[in-house]
Design a protein around this ligand. Structure first.
Ligand SMILES: Nc1ncnc2c1ncn2[C@@H]1O[C@H](COP(=O)(O)OP(=O)(O)OP(=O)(O)O)[C@@H](O)[C@H]1O
Ligand SMILES: [Mg+2]
Length: 277
């Protein structure tokens, strides 16, 4: 059974169709890279799945359940996780407190059983232990007590990803997770994605411009162009497909010949690629 599926998912902004009747299913245990030029509709597609944007038509289903009318938080509870925006961080709280709140929010009222101080205390220490574990996973344990407002940009991005793992989702959507990170920070995030992938029950969607990352991590590539799904399949196949060759000519010409063992590291849907509509 397909875990996550969109059917004819469509949104228009004025006269512009940003996501155009996208029908696609994502299986548990697979990582699908979603690529396409700037303005192709990748982020908008994620926003439609997570409920940040409401589709004009079409459906989003998770495990057969129609979530099209659900709020973003209902979708999160149903198992859809997505990269938190930086605005979702609490800048005046510490790193640890931010993660603890995310863990707590996901667990909802499950742990509250009346005003029992022992149970409140044990819940609290369990949440803190889980939060510390998550920080450990993104190599941020040493920054647990720092105020989020004082963190460098790269650490804030890492924290966003940490929060995403805190919600114990079934579906993970990463939108250019290493954008703006330096060479030391990016591998930590990629490692985290690898770990999620190793847990064969997760469904992972990754928007990524860096083709070396896509090539390493993706089981499948979906190409969006002008809001429409124009290619879908095995990474090598998709990269070599005429539509991608044509759309990214010059850039893909290099990526298509990566089998020779010395891959360049082009960015497939590069800013120098197709014009934004
Ligand atoms: N809230 C909005 N209002 C109006 N137009 C929007 C809105 N959000 C996105 N768009 C437009 O929809 C199209 C798709 O944008 P989107 O951000 O999804 O592209 P993208 O594939 O994520 O691009 P990038 O690779 O640059 O992140 C663009 O033309 C964009 O200008
Ligand atoms: Mg985007």
């Amino acid at each position: 059974m397909s875990l996550l599926a969109t059917r004819e998912l469509t949104i228009r902004f004025g006269g512009h169709v940003a996501v155009d009747a996208v029908t696609c299913a994502f299986e548990p245990g697979t990582l699908t890279a979603i690529v396409g030029p700037n303005g192709a509709g990748k982020t908008t597609y994620f926003n439609l799945i997570s409920g940040q944007l409401k589709a004009n038509s079409g459906t989003v289903t998770l495990d057969g359940k129609d979530l099209s009318g659900s709020s973003p938080s209902a979708r999160t509870r149903a198992g859809l996780g997505r990269s938190f925006q930086l605005t979702n961080l609490f800048p005046r709280l510490t790193v640890l407190e931010n993660v603890r709140l995310a863990v707590q929010a996901t667990r909802g009222g499950r742990h509250r059983r009346g005003l029992n101080l022992w149970s409140i205390w044990s819940d609290h220490s369990e949440l803190l232990a889980r939060a510390r574990q998550i920080l450990d996973d993104v190599a941020m344990a040493g920054k647990a007590d720092e105020l989020v407002a004082n963190l460098p940009h790269g650490d804030q991005r890492k924290l966003e990803v940490a929060l995403l793992t805190a919600v114990e989702a079934k579906v993970f959507m990463f939108d250019e997770p290493t954008a703006g990170m330096n060479a030391a920070e990016a591998p930590v995030i990629l490692d985290l994605i690898r770990k999620l992938k190793a847990d064969r029950s997760k469904t992972i969607l990754l928007v990524e411009h860096k083709m070396d990352v896509v090539r390493e991590l993706a089981d499948r590539i979906v190409v969006l162009h002008n809001g429409a799904l124009v290619a879908d399949g095995e990474p090598a196949e998709v990269i070599a497909s005429p539509i991608v060759q044509e759309a990214y000519l010059g850039v893909t010409a290099q990526t298509a010949s990566v089998e020779d063992g010395t891959p360049p590291t082009p960015t497939l849907p590069s800013r120098g690629g197709l014009e934004k509509p």
